[in-house]
Ligand binder design. Sequence first.
Ligand code: NZQ
Ligand code: ZN
Length: 396
Amino acid sequence: MQAFEFYSPTNIIFGPGTEQQAGAQAAAWGASRVLVVYGGQSAVKSGLLDRVLTSLTEKGLTYETLGGVKPNPRLSLVREGLKKALDFGADFLLAVGGGSVIDTAKAIADGAANPELDIWEDIWLRRVPLEKALPVGVVLTIPAAGSESSHSSVLTRDDTLEKRGFSTDLHRPRFAIMNPELTFTLPPYQVSCGIVDIMMHTMDRYFNPITTNELTDEISLGLLRTVVRNGRLALEHPGDYQAMSELMWAGSLSHNGLTGLGALMDFATHQLGHELSARFDAAHGATLSAMWGSWARYCLDVNPARFARFGQQVWGLDSTGKTEQEQALAAIEATEDYFRSIGMPTCIRELLGSVQSAQVLEMLTVGCTFHGQRTIGSFRVLGHEDILAIYNLANH
Ligand code: NZQ
Ligand code: ZN
């Protein structure tokens, strides 16, 4: 086990009706003027937004709202929200939604505490170290990105279509309210995208070069089994509170750092997927399922035993009479079978409707390396040629 620091300060408030505590929680964390951020229509239609705003008023808090956040959130709306936050004098950001809404709120919180800095040029590209940010609270409506407890925020720049994450512990939300009932209005496609994302936050940590992390590995494998089982149940029985509870809690634990303690992060599949989201506005979870199998086949020789263990413990595969290589391939196939069974793509054609030209694959590769400035991954470190080879493998 490598030396590590584990910092997961978010106060989790979990259960039915907990959204009514939003005002009390924000007040307890020192809020007086709250900018409430939400997405397209779901929180308005369900009445959730009204309930949250009422809870703020009941605690004597003043608020302003910013709606219209879209999946794969854009820098332009962050800039608009930042202006609103500064004009209003916001001292707290409350995100009511999923990863896109939370990430938008986190970015506004960065900008509002540092109005002299440019969000993209200075903060996102890390030209100036960030020393402060406004506090953020969350009312979560979808188990998926894990942003409610993570230190990350991921934005897409409108003009260049660069999708980039920025991570700092200043992003960790002060509180996250999680009522699984709020997820019952989710379309099945979004539930499936969430299942994949939660799995991938765990697998992008489990597949790493450090293999001496017994407890961390067991937590990861147990979390994956739980998500696989309850993901099926949640899709088969919409409105299943128990299944959605398990998914929601797994979503937070999969991305608060717990499943990667004492290890290195890989996250290559995430980086491969981000380019597809950026260029084609594809749903984040779907880009991950489309790329993972190709990443896995390209990288499995690094440590087939790790794939074999994953196959035995997550998919219950029988190892009798099989080499580690055969077990590894069977584990990859079982994972892709599961993705397909929940309606998720496992290649670029299934994701985008057609295969892509060599020129597009090259463009994705260049984007993924930040124009030759970086490699991705740690399980196997991947440069330009590797990334292009993986996009080619997935291009069917
Ligand atoms: O905008 P509305 O109308 O709310 O619709 C949303 C949106 O269309 C809908 N939705 C959410 N809750 C709903 C609902 N519809 C009905 N009922 C509800 N209760 O779901 C759609 C997707 O929402 P979004 O917030 O985009 O989903 P998700 O949580 O999957 O977030 C994806 C974004 O998070 C980033 C991704 O890259 C992507 O941009 N990520 C953020 C991370 C982080 N900050 O730690 C880590 C992740 O790896 C990921 O990169
Ligand atoms: Zn993700």
